[in-house]
Ligand binder design. Structure first.
Ligand code: ADE
Length: 253
């Protein structure tokens, strides 16, 4: 019954949400600015996650404990690792894992000490709901002339129509930008779809608080040597409008 917590990875994404909130008010806590108000008729708290696992976990903890959110959504970008995960696609997490967590030999590689598992799973019903919302928000009609996202010129940007993938997202305190590091991740986790720096940490916090959560990422790069190229432009022209459209579709659901 509490508000929905929306964590945005990038300032442009947060701003797009705030622009649609008629009544937002700012609350400062833990060096962060939380925005309380309404979006799509629902009570929400929107906030910038901060980059990396600790920053994101701190933000998620505050949303859970100080703002009493009833569920938590994370939107941002990620590096694509799955063979058919292309720049401009969207990945919905059905599992999250911290790829840089290794307390072996005390615990198996990647296992979260205390939880006895390495993979955390958002509620299956929410995963389905999010994947459906993404498919609706980014449908061919939405991107076609006259549609709500017709201002995104995918062909000019060299992008394909977005595909929606559901599966494993891994997180670690590292921006992956070499083919070698990307290969290492695929070697240890053959079913990995995407890599980012926050999702699995947020998942661990949500497990601690018993909160439903969802992680949605637009693929901005292939986690190789060209990963930083045009990052800003991609976020501004593609990832932000995508994440806003996805959030609005989800709020309707
Ligand atoms: N977020 C977007 N691209 C990423 C990458 N290549 N590695 C980690 N986080 C990312």
């Amino acid at each position: 019954s509490g508000p929905i917590g929306i964590m945005a990875a990038m300032p442009q994404e947060l701003q797009a949400l705030l622009d649609l909130m008629p009544d937002e008010s700012r609350v400062q806590r833990g060096g962060r600015e939380f925005w309380r108000g309404h979006l799509g008729g629902r009570e929400v708290v929107a906030v910038l996650s901060g980059i990396g696992k600790v920053a994101a976990a701190t933000t998620a903890t505050l949303l859970a404990d100080a703002f009493g959110v009833s569920q938590l959504w994370f939107t941002g970008v990620a590096g694509g690792l799955g063979a058919d995960v292309r720049v401009g696609d969207v990945v919905v997490a059905s599992a999250l894992l911290q790829h840089d967590l290794d307390a072996s030999p005390l615990f198996p590689r990647h296992e979260v000490p205390g939880l006895g598992v390495s993979r955390l799973h958002p509620p299956a019903a929410l995963v389905t709901q999010v994947a459906d919302a993404v498919a609706e928000a980014l449908s061919p009609q939405a991107l076609a002339p006259g549609g709500p996202l017709s201002h995104i010129h995918l062909d000019t940007l060299g992008l394909h129509a977005p595909r929606v993938h559901t599966g494993l997202i891994v997180s670690g305190d590292q921006f992956v930008n070499s083919a070698e590091d990307a290969d290492t991740l695929r070697h240890h986790l053959p079913d990995v779809l995407a890599v980012e720096m926050e999702g699995a940490a947020v998942a661990q916090v949500c497990v601690a608080f018993g909160l439903p959560y969802a992680v949605v990422r637009t693929v901005s790069d292939r986690a190789d040597a060209s990963a930083h190229v045009d990052f800003e432009r991609f976020v501004r022209s593609v990832a932000s409008p995508y994440s806003l459209a996805i959030a609005m579709a989800l709020l309707k659901a």
